[in-house]
Structures are given as C-alpha cells and as structure tokens.
Design a binder for this molecule. Structure first.
Ligand SMILES: NC(=O)c1ccc[n+]([C@@H]2O[C@H](COP(=O)([O-])OP(=O)(O)OC[C@H]3O[C@@H](n4cnc5c(N)ncnc54)[C@H](OP(=O)(O)O)[C@@H]3O)[C@@H](O)[C@H]2O)c1
Length: 227
C-alpha cells in the first residue's frame, strides 16, 4: 500500500492519481484543501504536526497496511530574509517540513519493522544546496531531511526498509506557481536544461526507489543539471 501525505494538491496529488491509475492501493492525506473528486474517500484529514491525527489515520487503515511505501509530500514554505523574519512562521516551516515528516515516519516504522519491509521517500529540495536569499526556513527544513533520512536508513536497513530523499529542482507543479511569473523566467534561465521538470520524472524516480532495495540513505538529485 502507498501512503501519500499532502496528496490534496501539487506533487502529492499528481503521485496519488498516477498510482491510482496504475491500480495500486493508495491512501492520501489532505489538510486544508478538501478533495472533491471520485477518489475523495481514499483521503483523511491529517495535520502532520499533530501526532494524534497521524495515529488515527494509520489505525483506520489497519489491516490494509502491507508492503507500505510512505511518500512524504506535505510541506510548506515561508519566504523572508532571516533578519526580518517572523519567528513563528519560520518555526512552522520546520514544524511541518521536518518534524511533521518525522512524525509520519515515526508512526509507520513499527509496522514496517514488524513486516520486514518498507519504503520511505522524502521530498527534499535543491534550495538547501544552492543558497537562495529568503529561504532560510525552507532550506533548513529540507537539509534536515537529509540527516533524518540517513539516520532512518541505517537504523532500519536490516529490516528490509529503505529511506531516501528525492532532491528536487524546480518542477512545473505545486509551489512554483506561487513564484511571480517574471522570477519563474529568471529561475528557468539558470537551469541548464532551460525548463522546469515535468512531474512524471518524480513519479518515475519514486517507482525506481520502490523497486530497488539496495538504494538506501541517498539523496537522489532530479534537477535538470541545476546546482
Ligand atoms: N514543486 C516543486 O517544484 C518542489 C521543488 C522542491 C521540493 N518540493 C517539495 O515537494 C513537496 C510537495 O510540493 P508541492 O509543490 O506539491 O507543494 P504544494 O502544491 O504547496 O502542496 C503542499 C501539500 O502539503 C500539504 N500540507 C501543508 N501543510 C500541511 C500540514 N501541516 N499537514 C498536512 N499536510 C500539509 C498541503 O495540504 P492542504 O492543501 O490540504 O493544506 C498540500 O497537499 C513539498 O515538500 C515541497 O517542499 C517541491
């Protein structure tokens, strides 16, 4: 079964639809964007900062939880220069992107360990590598995922569980649409391929990580050669 957090919009929704189309059993979460489509019944309202919400979601799925892949797509962003930033908004990015991801992993690991199988895929970002003004919270949260992922990988490798990060460049979906058009053109100009990535590339990489048990604890760059 495939669990996808943040499946109401953007990349999470794209992956949700792809896996449904390919006949997989999928459960997704939404937080503020209530899904209203034919597969809405496969969604649960979960705030990944709330451990009780996550526990209820996992408990409700119950016996269907076999051969679990957890794809952590839920995330948010806050742009501000650090010296002018609002510390609550700054912290909320860490709470969601890093601690929320940990919360989901923490909830599912005992089941994966008991079943001697699991795939954990976290969505990190090129932003943490490049250094972009105004992104200190987001960059810190995504760099934190690299360390989290590595530790989870080594703690659980002998239990048939892998944990990896997809280190995404700029994709033609989701958060990028919050960036003003003129800045989008500037970013595109800095990408050697000259284009934002298509979300199909993310799906292909997720599939690859699901199918490959000896790739563990890595950060897989998908970025059109941009660093
Ligand atoms: N798009 C890109 O180019 C890109 C590049 C690098 C990395 N990423 C990463 O990829 C992931 C998905 O990005 P995206 O572009 O698809 O983002 P998006 O369109 O902004 O979607 C974010 C998703 O996260 C959910 N979410 C936010 N806060 C949550 C919370 N506290 N609890 C539960 N769910 C929460 C949202 O749910 P609701 O709407 O229901 O509240 C939504 O489904 C993020 O981690 C992002 O950092 C994206």
């Amino acid at each position: 079964m495939i669990l996808i957090t943040g499946a109401s919009r953007g990349i999470g929704k794209f992956l949700f639809d792809k896996f449904i189309d390919s006949g997989e059993e999928v459960a997704g979460t939404f937080h503020s964007t209530k899904p209203e489509h034919e597969n809405s019944g496969l969604y649960t309202k979960v705030d990944i900062c709330n451990t009780a919400n996550i526990a209820n979601w996992i408990n409700d799925i119950g016996d269907k939880l076999e051969n679990v892949t957890l794809i952590n797509c839920a995330g948010n962003n806050y742009n501000a220069f650090a010296h002018k930033s609002n510390s609550e908004e700054w912290s909320s990015v860490i709470q969601t992107n890093l601690i929320g991801t940990y919360n989901c992993i923490r909830a599912i690991l005992p089941i994966m360990r008991e079943q001697n199988f699991g795939r954990i895929i976290n969505l990190a970002s090129i932003v943490a590598q490049v250094g972009i003004p105004g992104t200190s919270a987001y960059a810190a949260s995504k760099a934190g995922l690299w360390g989290l992922t590595k530790s989870i990988a080594v703690e659980n490798a002998n239990k048939g569980i892998t944990a990896n990060c997809l280190n995404l460049g700029y994709f033609n979906i989701g958060m990028i649409h919050e960036v003003p058009e003129k800045f989008q053109e500037v970013i595109k100009g800095q990408i050697p391929s000259g284009e934002f990535g298509q979300p199909e590339n993310i799906y292909n990489a997720v599939r690859f990580l699901m199918d490959t048990e000896y790739i563990n604890g890595t950060n897989l760059d998908i970025n059109g050669a941009k660093y």
